[in-house]
Each structure stands twice: as structure tokens, then as C-alpha cells.
Design a protein. Structure first.
Length: 317
């Protein structure tokens, strides 16, 4: 069995009232000087940087010229204000929240809740669902909901408003609340979805539901839009720091040399190992239980970005 190349992203994670995360990057174990015949030589790495420099500069130039709309999400303070205003309407009467969704934004909410949930904070209990519609999952949802309906809020996240699984769970809960509260069931629901098309926007129009328009950005960046920010506000996550982190990263990426750009280095390593060595599996290990859902979120983003048309690398787990 041959050795597996790897890089390490090391961090310290300290859960306090002012949580802090420090990240450092070390890709020395990818190099031939450490991994011997399975590593990448300095000469090959230099060659890859030179070969892709024009591509890198093209992407960096577009970032600088603000040609990627998702970059603007990091500076959109109005979305946070809108989310806070919506939450203020429900905050004092909500003890439990069900977040229904699928894909990047939903998994980001699940990841944030696991990573930053603090039982000492006065925030509602949250259940994330929507990926499955089998009887066991619906039983899990009902066990969380039953007995708390009066103080419970349901948030359905669906950018298109047509994705089968979250729409199914939304309708399932709608019928349950309607059986208890009649036409007042709608006082317990917020739909975050497209404002023009889809089944959920039809429900909004028919019943006059609380609605927040979803962003037009790709699902990979949806966690920085209302699809993600609303959940963070409810969890009392410091959304200003989330947006600042994204903005700082965009600034870093647009300003760094290709040889010093961490995301670009990771991409080149993955490409080289796939094309040169035929290694198609990328494993992510987090030695922190609170970051377990981070792995699942990263897998979703990775597969959605790079796993189409028979291309890409398999991310495990």
C-alpha cells in the first residue's frame, strides 16, 4: 500500500464567550523532500505554477475588478439587518426552530450550529432536516416538534423552491400545524426561496406567508446570503465576523502571489496528484467533534463544484 500525500491545516479551537479560531497551513508533507517518490518535487511544483500563472492572473484580475457577484455578499450588511428584523418578530415567542433545506446553505447552518452552539446562551433549540423524507426521519422531526408547536418556528430554505426533499418536509409540517392551528399555521413558517418561481413562492402568495427572497448566487456561496445569514442570526453567531472573514479571504486571494496563495496551492496539488499519479481520493480529517459537520459541508461544496461530468476528485468522507 503506497503512502498517501497530504497537507495539514492546523488550528486551535477555543469555545469561550469570545470564540477564537487560529488557522495555520502546512503542505510540506506533499513534497518529495518528505514524501520521497510519492511527493511532488520542487521542480514540478515550480513548473505547475508557471504553467497556470495566466489562469491565476485572469481569476485574480476578475476578483479585483469585482466581476464575481458572490464577492459582494461579504459586504452586504443589509441582508443581516433584514434577517435580524425578521427574527425579532419571532424571537420572544420561539423556543424551538426547525430548519428545512438541502445543499450548501442548509449544511452550513448545520455546521455552524454544531460548531458554535453554546448552551449558556438564550437561543432556541434547532433541528436541521430536509435531506431525507423517509419515515424514520419524519419521526425524528415529529419527536422534536410535538408538544412545542405553540413555541416553534419552521424555516424552509430552498433557493429554487422546487427541490423535492425540503418541499416535501415543508408540506408535511404545514399539514401538521394546520391541523392544530387552522389558518394560523402560517404564523409559524418562514419561506426563504425564489420570489418568482417554484412551489414555495406559490404557497407564499396563496397563504400570505412570511417570505425572504433567496439570493441568485450559486449554492456554494449561498451560506453568505440570506439562506445562511438568517440561521446564524437565530444561533447568535457573530455574523459580522463571518462576513469579515469572507471579505478578508477575498482580499487575501486577490492580492497574494500564486505561489503564496493557499487555495491555489491546494488546487495545484490536487490537480497534479490526479493527473500525474492517478490519485483521485481526497480525505479530510478533523480532530474536533464540533467540526464533524464541517466535513460534510466541505464534501457538499467540493462535489458540487468539482464532481460533475465525470470529472473531479472524490472527497472522503
Amino acid at each position: 500500500m503506497r503512502n498517501s500525500p497530504n497537507f495539514r491545516i492546523c488550528y486551535t479551537f477555543n469555545m469561550t464567550k469570545t470564540s477564537s479560531v487560529k488557522l495555520t497551513y502546512d503542505d510540506s508533507l506533499m513534497l518529495a523532500s518528505n514524501l520521497k517518490r510519492h511527493g511532488i518535487s520542487e521542480a514540478r511544483l515550480k513548473q505547475m505554477f508557471e504553467k497556470t500563472e495566466n489562469i491565476y492572473e485572469s481569476v485574480r484580475s476578475k476578483l479585483i475588478q469585482n466581476k464575481y457577484s458572490f464577492v459582494n455578499l461579504a459586504s452586504d450588511l443589509q441582508t443581516e439587518k433584514t434577517c435580524r428584523k425578521m427574527w425579532e418578530h419571532f424571537k420572544n415567542k420561539t423556543k424551538r426552530v426547525v430548519i428545512i433545506g438541502i445543499g450548501g446553505a442548509y449544511q452550513a447552518a448545520q455546521m455552524m450550529y454544531q460548531a458554535f452552539y453554546d448552551p449558556q446562551k438564550n437561543i432556541p433549540q434547532i433541528l436541521c432536516t430536509g435531506t431525507y423524507t423517509d419515515p424514520d426521519e419524519l419521526d425524528r422531526v415529529m419527536n422534536f416538534v410535538q408538544g412545542y408547536e405553540k413555541d416553534l418556528l419552521v424555516i424552509a430554505l430552498s433557493k429554487s423552491g422546487t427541490t423535492v426533499e425540503p418541499v416535501t418536509v415543508s408540506i408535511f409540517l404545514k399539514n401538521h400545524f394546520r391541523s392544530l392551528f387552522g389558518e394560523n399555521w402560517k404564523e409559524h413558517f418562514i419561506y426563504v426561496t425564489d420570489e418568482k418561481e417554484g412551489l414555495l413562492i406559490k404557497e407564499v402568495r396563496e397563504y400570505g406567508l412570511y417570505h425572504m427572497p433567496s439570493s441568485l448566487v450559486g449554492d456554494r456561496f449561498a451560506p453568505l446570503s440570506v439562506l445562511g445569514i438568517l440561521s446564524y442570526v437565530i444561533m447568535d453567531v457573530d455574523t459580522a465576523q463571518v462576513l469579515k472573514g469572507a471579505k478578508d479571504l477575498f482580499t487575501y486571494v486577490s492580492g497574494a502571489k500564486s505561489t503564496e496563495n493557499i487555495p491555489w496551492r491546494i488546487a495545484l496539488y490536487q490537480y497534479t496528484y490526479q493527473k500525474v499519479y492517478g490519485i483521485n481520493i481526497f480525505s479530510v480529517l478533523t480532530y474536533q467533534s464540533r467540526l464533524e459537520e464541517f466535513n460534510m459541508w466541505l464534501r457538499q461544496l467540493w462535489s458540487e463544484s468539482l464532481g460533475k461530468e465525470g470529472k473531479g476528485i472524490v472527497l472522503f468522507p
